[in-house]
Design a protein. Structure first.
Length: 202
């Protein structure tokens, strides 16, 4: 379980003022709202990719080392590609294992790539594949390192309807094997189809 308390963030205006949120384990929570309401800002706090502006508790314990906690327990799929164009898809996947401190697992990597129908891209570089393929590689790279919590920022933004259904199944399967999923999306039908809980920011 994740508990965020006393979240306060101000940019040119107040985004959050002493806000709190609790997320259950093994569930899919979607955050929706209009542009500028703080969806990605909240996701960045939950995913420990921004300096904490709150009290952050995981399983009832305060986070003492956000960097280590993120490395060991949290995966984050960004809206914009974070793949390295000077590496092949395979090398990008291998690098993910290195960053997480895990031993490279080629069997697991290949199984995930095959499940997302991108195994044929292994020797390509990200700048030579489509936007939808890059998004699927980014998702596969995070899944491969087996994090407990996975954050998705607009995971279907570059996908056609058929691939959205495929990604939906992958995310649901992750929740079924004890993953906590947090999603930011503008796709309301996707959110309603996949989520155990929807949080709307106003």
């Amino acid at each position: 379980m994740i508990d965020i308390k006393h979240l306060s963030i101000t940019f040119d205006r107040v985004i959050f003022d002493d806000a709190s949120i609790t997320l259950s384990n093994n569930s899919i929570t979607t955050i929706k709202g209009k542009s500028g309401t703080g969806k990605t800002t909240l996701l960045n706090q939950l995913g420990l990719v921004a300096p904490l502006a709150c009290d952050y508790l995981m399983e009832g314990h305060s986070i003492d080392d956000p960097l280590t906690t993120r490395k060991e327990k949290i995966g984050y799929v960004h809206q914009e590609s974070t793949l390295f164009n000077n590496m092949t898809i395979k090398e990008n996947m291998e690098f993910a294992f290195l960053l997480s401190g895990q031993e490279y697992n080629e069997t697991r990597m290949n199984d995930i790539l095959c499940s997302m129908k991108i195994e044929h891209l292994l020797n390509q570089t990200p700048d030579h594949v489509s936007g939808g393929e890059r998004q699927r590689v980014a998702i596969a790279r995070v899944i491969a390192t087996n994090p407990k919590i996975i954050c998705f920022d607009e995971p279907t933004s570059a996908l056609d309807p058929k691939l959205v259904m495929q990604v939906s199944k992958i995310i649901k399967d992750l929740a079924n094997i004890s993953k906590t999923i947090i999603i930011v999306t503008h796709d309301i039908s996707f959110a309603e189809q996949i989520s155990d809980r929807i949080i709307e920011l106003r």
